[in-house]
Design a protein around this ligand. Structure first.
Ligand code: ZN
Length: 179
């Protein structure tokens, strides 16, 4: 039974790594750091752990549905999906490859690091989930690379993004806000 179980887990990782983010389909939930773990729960069921990105991000229920669908198609039921809030998700978890894909897609990837996360492993401090009022450095235009951009709106196509416009090529773009 053990060998069978391991195969199922590997298979689950495989199918889940290809589940795209519902809002930004060029990157996977794995690349965004939303998919945290795929493991065996104490009762033997496959347990998928996902971390919500922004508080109240409406994509979260969609992501859970997509995860369930992918596992169903791969015939990996029974399984369950758990969400965890600690450690809190940060844009630091977005892989470099995913940042490049975001840029190619026309979304400016988050710049800089989220100060409170410093990269130390195992930091699981509870954090109030609020939008930080800290000033954001202006992101470079994903179309032409110009640093001359202006913010048009605090929230872009979703709460996770801000709407910017390039002052050089005049193209508007979404900026994936650091968090
Ligand atoms: Zn531009």
């Amino acid at each position: 039974m053990q060998a069978t179980a391991d195969h199922a887990l590997e298979r689950a990782w495989e199918v889940l790594e290809s589940v795209p983010d519902p809002e930004i389909p060029v990157v996977s939930i794995r690349e965004l750091g939303i998919l945290r773990d795929v493991r065996r729960a104490a009762d033997g069921q496959i347990e998928v752990v996902i971390t919500p990105t922004y508080s109240g991000c409406p994509a979260m229920s969609q992501i859970a549905e997509d995860v369930a669908h992918a596992l169903d198609v791969a015939e990996l039921a029974p399984y369950r999906i758990a969400t965890t809030l600690a450690p809190a998700w940060t844009t630091d978890w977005i892989t470099d490859a995913a940042r490049e894909k975001l840029r190619a897609y026309g979304i400016a990837p988050p710049t800089g690091n989220c100060g409170s996360h410093g990269g130390s492993a195992g930091q699981a401090a509870e954090q109030p989930i609020t939008f930080m009022p800290k000033p954001l450095p202006a992101p470079a235009c994903p179309h032409c690379g110009s640093p001359h951009t202006e913010r048009l709106a605090q929230f872009g196509s979703t709460a996770c993004k801000a709407l910017y416009r390039c002052l050089d090529c005049r193209e508007p773009f979404d900026y994936f806000k650091p968090y």
